[in-house]
Design a protein around this ligand. Structure first.
Ligand code: NAD
Ligand code: TYD
Length: 347
């Protein structure tokens, strides 16, 4: 990995990944390509002499090919996506455009220019939903996506695999569980709850709050991705996860307890409000991460409590970043659209 193109580097995980590379791989040069959609923030991309920012769309194949050639890119790490399940329910088209068509255009550009490694960042949601006693997803669990978001990610995973088998593209795929940490857009569960709790606003828990997610601190995800890019076998898929599976309600309660310590004037858990569930809401995700542990020696370093504390601290220290997003018309429109029709559900 010498010259890396990072797509979606102005979003949550991409921005953390660019920072990680700049810090830990001192000879790597980066080109960050991002369309700056509602989720992409120019200020998330660090100013650095080894990082060039390009404002552009992954569907623009000519642009991508030009960047790959001009910067002699050997490694492409693909994060750019529409990533929010609730938005995919209210407006699926952008998901098909970016996640499927965009990935296709990147694959074509990579094939034409001969990159040495194409790494595709994907999600555990492609595997569908688990019952309470089902074993965790492995790399060979059949795909069973259930939301427009996960269906579009599944489609892109299939395209990447097809390019490996048909054209010999040197690609790898990773499927990761829910991430949390600095720079996560404040419409997602954890940053939304932190922001609302601090403002004394209701904490909207969907349904009964007993849905289970496997949470991974974003820094751990970045390390896992580097392990796959540097040591993973071409054509292989690696599952990545945190190995901790609390219910949504437990996560929100933990956040409230941490905030109670830091801001004792309010009992934050009193703000919890159960609201109408998400349609088709996946009940449980859990990841078996034995393969990446065994083959690449990666395992998560941050426990949930430690990661949540670091995350709360970051959001407290970066309240201006959150506020600047909350003040945009798009954010306010989204909050109204997603929450105004969700009535309170008594438990
Ligand atoms: P995000 O929504 O925070 O960021 C996505 C970024 O992609 C934004 O900066 C956006 O501007 C950019 N983008 C969107 N459409 C684009 C286009 N057409 N061209 C160029 N740039 C475009 O997402 P995230 O949470 O950082 O997720 C990154 C990747 O990781 C996604 O592929 C997602 O599916 C995957 N993933 C996320 C999680 C999670 O918990 N967040 C878990 C597993 C996998
Ligand atoms: P989210 O952060 O949107 O990630 P994903 O849907 O990709 O797992 O949501 C995480 C969980 O939190 C999910 O089960 C939905 C739930 N949730 C709420 O209960 N309330 C909310 O306001 C949001 C945004 C999510």
């Amino acid at each position: 990995m010498q010259n890396v193109l990072v797509t979606g580097g102005a979003g949550f995980i991409g921005a953390n990944f660019v920072r990680w590379l700049l810090r830990e791989r001192p000879s790597v040069k980066i080109v960050t390509l991002d369309a700056l959609t509602y989720a992409g923030r120019r200020e998330n991309v660090p100013e650095h002499n080894r990082n060039i920012f390009v404002h552009g769309d992954i569907r623009d194949r000519a642009l991508v090919e030009k960047l790959l050639r001009e910067h002699a890119v050997d490694t492409l790490v693909h994060f750019a996506a529409e990533s929010h399940v609730d938005r995919s329910i209210l407006g699926p088209e952008a998901f098909v455009q970016t996640n499927i068509v965009g990935t296709f255009q990147l694959l074509e550009a990579a094939r034409a220019t001969g990159v040495k490694r194409f790494h595709h960042v994907s999600t555990d949601e492609v595997f569908g939903s688990l019952g309470p006693n089902d074993p965790a997803f492995t790399e060979t669990t059949p795909y069973d996506p259930r939301s427009p978001y996960s269906a579009s990610k599944a489609a892109s995973d299939h395209l990447v695999r097809a390019y490996v088998h048909t054209f010999g593209l040197p690609a790898t795929i990773s499927n990761c569980t829910n991430n949390y940490g600095p720079f996560q857009f404040p419409e997602k569960l954890i940053p939304l709850m932190i922001a609302n709790a601090r403002a004394g606003k209701p904490l909207p828990v969907y349904g009964d709050g007993k849905q289970v997610r496997d949470w991974l601190y974003v820094e751990d995800h970045c390390e896992a991705l580097v392990a796959v890019v540097e040591k993973g076998r071409v054509g292989e898929t690696y599952n990545i996860g945190g190995g901790v599976q609390p219910t949504n309600l437990e996560v929100v309660q933990r956040l409230c307890a941490i905030l109670d310590e830091l801001e004792p004037e309010r009992r934050h858990a009193e703000l919890i409000k159960f609201v109408t569930d998400r349609p088709g809401h996946d009940r449980r995700y859990a990841m078996n991460i034995e393969k990446i542990e065994r083959e690449l020696g990666w395992r998560p370093r941050f426990g949930l409590e430690q990661g949540l504390r670091l995350t709360v601290r970051w959001y407290l220290d970066n309240a201006a970043w959150v506020k600047s997003i909350q003040e945009t018309g798009d954010f306010q429109k989204w909050m109204n659209r997603n929450y105004e029709k969700r009535g309170e559900v008594k438990q």
